[in-house]
Design a protein around this ligand. Structure first.
Ligand SMILES: [Zn+2]
Ligand SMILES: [Zn+2]
Length: 146
């Protein structure tokens, strides 16, 4: 429900070298943590993911490199410095932004952890949030309209 996940005003961010910048209005204030093996390889650890339901505007778009990581999604990164920027659904163009590329992360809180069964045993987050397995995530996705 929208009122359970209030939106930010306008936020900005960008990659390490500054070649790619973005602006988004109405981003949710929560992020989820994905422990899946693909995100671990891509991000060098769990992906702290901000699921947008609003459009994001990029500057320096010609510097964005895209890797098609599955049938349904592609992952974008800065072609200059390699910063991981987003996961994008092929179907509707929805973006999931890396939390770490926001200039100000202070108002974001953790909402959930997913693919918890793929998390390496050597670390755990202390946040008291729901943890779902990959199977539970896919079961939930199957209920979505698309
Ligand atoms: Zn960069
Ligand atoms: Zn993942």
């Amino acid at each position: 429900m929208a009122h359970d996940n209030p939106a930010h005003g306008t936020l900005t961010g960008g990659c390490l070298c500054g070649a790619v910048r973005f602006t988004v209005t109405g981003a949710p204030t929560r992020f989820s943590v994905c422990h899946c093996g693909m995100c671990q390889r891509w991000a060098g650890g769990p992906l702290l993911a901000v699921h947008l339901t609003v459009p994001v505007a990029f500057e320096g778009e010609d510097k964005i490199s895209v890797y098609r990581s599955s049938k349904w999604a592609e992952r974008g990164f800065c072609g200059v410095c390699g910063s991981n920027l987003f996961y994008r659904m092929m179907g509707d163009g929805t973006h999931v932004l890396s939390l770490g590329i926001f200039d100000d992360q202070s108002a974001f809180t953790m909402e959930s952890q997913i693919f918890i069964e793929e998390k390496p045993s050597g670390y755990s987050f202390a946040n008291d949030v729901p943890a779902m397995t990959g199977a539970e995530v896919f079961a939930q996705l199957a209920k979505l309209p698309y």
